[in-house]
Design a protein around this ligand. Sequence first.
Ligand code: RTP
Length: 155
Amino acid sequence: TSALNMAMEQTYIMIKPDGVQRGIVGNIISRFETKGYKLAAMKTKQPTKELLETHYCDLVEKPFFPKLRDYMLSGPVVCMVWEGKEAVSTGRKMLGATNPLESQAGTIRGDFCIEVGRNICHGSDSVENAKKEIDLWFEEGEVLDWESHSQDWIY
Ligand code: RTP
């Protein structure tokens, strides 16, 4: 592993059911691609109650949890792992503040939504949580370690 690769982080980015239903998937993927991050894993998945209770284990006691769970159960999500320098904190910046009314314009939430209960996307808030979330949402072998060979065939 080179010194460059050692600084690399992975973050778990999930497009929530409203993002899928509203057709914002491509736009979100495009932002991470053009920023320069590397796509290490991606799939669609219908979340289950059990998965959500684990993913949101810090929030299960909150009064809004039943609404959050029903929202997250309302359709498939897109699960992704994006990799690169400071991917966790930069991913959060690219998503914008949790409450879309406070998200800066130019962020995903700032550009596309209004309601905190329909805020389109999730991003890991620490490297440690990213590892847990990647393990929770992906099976062994679904997260790939690959290298770009584009210089070999684009001049
Ligand atoms: P996320 O995990 O989805 O990236 O969001 P976050 O860390 O920015 O925010 P967190 O406080 O962990 O909340 C998780 C998700 O719960 C929903 N929420 N609803 N008052 C409410 O109705 C309320 N508060 C939070 C949001 O979908 C939030 O993203």
